[in-house]
Design a protein around this ligand. Structure first.
Ligand code: AMP
Ligand code: GLY
Length: 428
């Protein structure tokens, strides 16, 4: 199988690494890729923008790809999967209409309402909303306000605050960018990311993971794309994954089929485990970043066959997935100034940069001398795997210490609360 992966982040480096270990995969290509992927794939850095459907079709045809895997949300929401399918190319990833599950938070709320899935109560405020309407909406929520940009924002368009003024300012900022705002009820409880392979009504969960969204230790600072993640979750009830599948992902998959827009690809349910059990914070139409990095580190079943089964519409015939025992964890090394104003062009060195079992690359490129330099907000993902979460964590941080990256911003508490037994499920 010759496979083209679209994307350039740590998630795509993890996908490529998993695919490279699959004997049925003969040849790997990536667009636009990053410097760390050169060892596993042919990197097509200049083949066009990832949301340029005709350019992606042309590249897939030029290399005669048997399967295209779309990593990020932007090409999915732009309909690149539809363009590829129209050209007769097999794709892992939903078409434009189904990708609205991520692209429009209001669409996702409508689907959940129809499917009877629990989620935060919400109210949409369009640009141009009156002072009175905004005040009335703020009165309904609180004392913790959740203010979202109802457009694609990569998790960075959300402000969660106890300060009404700050909530108000974010509403104005989103409206100034001519996007609608979604005001939401605050969901209180530990967060879970569950990735499910979905092919019509067939739903196959991967291991549950937890991301750390805030920039600084102790969940302080702004929301980011994700600063680290671990899997599985020692604090989750034993039937936790099954409950999320039957209470959330299967009803949504069924509703998408009922609407005539069946879902095919990865359905990412971002949840809070509240007093009511799992409640949806958001859906994404793709693998999460950075959760994919530790989740795939534990997958034993060859990845190419798994993703090909979804793309071929034969997921119902796939053998149960097999997983390594133990835990995996990733620590994101981000650029100084991330997420607001990441500093780029910083030299990267030390140990592990060429071993995808140790470091997965995100925003990296090469300088004139061929050395690695930073080129984005999230730069490297350092992995640790171990029989216990504490050992996986120790390994990841020991590896972080061996990397040279001046000014790197990273959290020192990834999986800290979980290893210390400080995460509890609210009583139902
Ligand atoms: P989102 O882009 O919707 O994933 O939001 C980013 C992050 O903001 C989530 O991972 C949560 O940490 C937080 N968040 C978003 N919505 C809510 C909510 N309704 N209740 C509590 N936290 C939320
Ligand atoms: N880990 C958050 C995301 O992928 O959206």
């Amino acid at each position: 199988m010759r496979i083209l992966v679209i994307g350039s982040g740590g998630r795509e480096h993890a996908l490529l690494t998993g695919l490279a270990a699959d004997d049925t995969v003969s040849d790997l290509h990536v667009v636009p890729g990053n410097a760390g992927m050169e060892t596993v794939a042919t990197v097509h850095a200049d083949a066009g923008a990832v949301d340029d459907g005709p350019a992606m079709v042309a590249l897939a045809q030029e290399i005669a790809a048997d399967l295209v895997i779309i990593g990020p949300e932007i090409p999915l929401v732009a309909g690149v999967a539809d363009d590829l399918r129209a050209a007769g190319i097999k794709v892992f990833g939903p078409g434009k209409e189904a990708a609205q599950l991520e692209g429009s938070k209001q669409f996702a709320k409508d689907v959940m309402a129809a499917a009877g899935v629990r989620t935060a109560a919400a109210e949409q405020l369009m640009p141009g909303a009156t002072e009175e309407a905004i005040d009335a909406a703020l009165d309904k929520f609180g004392p913790r306000w959740v203010v979202k940009d109802d457009g694609l924002a990569g998790g960075k368009g959300v402000v969660v605050t106890e300060d009404r003024m700050a909530a108000r300012q974010h509403i104005d900022a989103v409206h100034a960018a001519t996007n609608p705002v979604l005001l939401e009820e605050f969901l209180d409880g530990p967060e879970v990311s569950l990735f499910c392979l979905v092919d019509g009504e067939t739903v196959v969960p991967l291991l549950p993971a937890q991301d750390h969204k805030r920039a600084f230790d102790g969940d302080e600072g702004p929301n980011t794309g994700g600063m680290g993640a671990y899997t599985p979750l020692p604090w989750l009830p034993v039937d936790g994954v099954q409950r999320i599948v039957t209470e959330v992902c299967e009803p949504v998959a069924k509703e998408m089929v009922r609407r005539g827009t069946p879902y095919s690809g990865l359905m990412y349910a971002g949840l809070a485990w509240t007093v009511n059990g799992p409640e949806v914070i958001e859906f994404n139409a793709r693998f999460g970043d950075p959760e994919t990095q530790p989740v795939l580190a534990l997958l034993k079943t060859p990845l190419g066959g798994v993703l090909d089964a979804v793309a071929s519409g034969t997921l119902d015939q796939l053998e149960p997935l097999e997983w390594e025992d133990g835990y995996a964890l990733t620590v994101v090394l981000a650029a100084a100034g991330y997420p607001a104003d990441p500093q780029t062009g910083v030299a990267l060195g030390g140990e592990g940069l060429d071993d995808p079992a140790v470091v997965l690359h995100a925003g990296t490129t090469r300088d004139d001398a061929g050395g690695y330099v930073s080129a984005g907000g999230r730069v490297l993902n350092v992995l640790g795997v171990g029989p216990t979460l504490a050992e996986a964590r120790r390994e990841a941080y020991a590896r972080v210490d061996k990397i040279d990256f001046d000014g790197a911003l990273y959290r020192t508490d990834i999986a800290g609360p979980a290893t210390e037994g400080r995460i509890t499920i609210p009583e139902q």
